[in-house]
Design a protein around this ligand. Sequence first.
Ligand code: NIG
Ligand code: FE
Length: 421
Amino acid sequence: MPIQKKATLIIKNISQLITMDGPSPRRGREMENLGLIENAGIAVAGDEVLAVGKSEEISGKVDLAEGCQVIDAKNCVVTPGLIDSHTHPVFSMTREKEFEMRLQGKSYMEIAASGGGIRASVRDLRETPTATLTEKTTTRLNRMLSYGTTTAEAKSGYGLSTEAEVKSLEIVRNLNETHPLDLIPTFLGAHEVPDEFRNKREKYIDLLIGEMIPKVATEKLAEFCDIFCEEGVFSVEESRRILEAAKRKGMKLKLHADELTSSGGAELAAELGAISADHLVHISEEGIKALAKSGTVAVLLPGTSFSLNKGQYAPARKMIEAGVIVALSTDCNPGSSYTESLQIIITLAALHLGMSAAEAISAVTVNAACAVGRTGLLGMLKPGLQADIVLWNMNDYREMPYHYGVNLAEKVIKRGKIAII
Ligand code: NIG
Ligand code: FE
């Protein structure tokens, strides 16, 4: 006889429990389906969900462990913990001066070409001790958690030498062990060509393929290999070579694609079977078709469009209507989008991508789980799944995009434990 699990935590009086039960990932109209239960309750056993149902029935459905904690949700909305599927959280120096330069008319690429941008962050990270980087990254993870994010993908990409990339990924690995947030590591050595290789970019590509990727793959420092596929950074041909090398080493692929110009990045992502293609502000019609036919997730980052302030946003409606799997993420980074809040991203998705509250919630739960290779494991509240749960200071989930600029997360529960009260 299997041992019956007992409830260690019960949440009652939930006005709307968003379980996300249903197809995973969601495409098209399925994104409107939140698996919603009204007047609901949820029971948790240790770190996993034990049962969901109507509030008045939940206690009767399960055995209670001694000292079982009961939370009265007081008619608030409850969702799965949010998943931020695209972040660059490991950095020290912030770049507010560049933000001001952009306000004065300089473009992101002009600043990058004159030695600022990613390369400025690289110079700084290489000199910053691990302890300082860890402390600063921790502050960002704490902020994410307090805003309802319980899992985040975390990229390297400000090291751009074997040593500094390994240092960044080791920080992610250590924080994954010590911080409540779950982190999923991505190697982004192909974020830019660093200063010392500017006149011999081929040599940097050789270093990526011959040394960095094999080391990261062998030491299992990252699950994914990402690249900045963009005019002036890595071309589609270079990206194909680098990503194919990563694939041969068993890594799954992600791409920063069609962010600033249309270059065929989305088509490449579909061709290579990448797990996600991210940004896609300038995706072509062909790119949309290619993604719709594939299992590649389009990770849209409206915070980046907002912060770069060029009035250009990804054609989310077209993608959803074509049947592309769409996720949303912060792109938290010191250059193009400095925010840890998926809540503001949901507001921007409503206002600038034309997404409904339900679509946006699907995009930061089940579809984001798919973008980090966790389909069926995270982003849903179902018996047996990890108890990552957020109680929101609202009675109706449609408040999520509408009430903006404040933190609406009331309680965040990570693996069955209250992380922040
Ligand atoms: O996703 N596009 C490339 N990488 C980041 C920006 C990084 C930076 O500016 O530091 C992005 O927008
Ligand atoms: Fe990014």
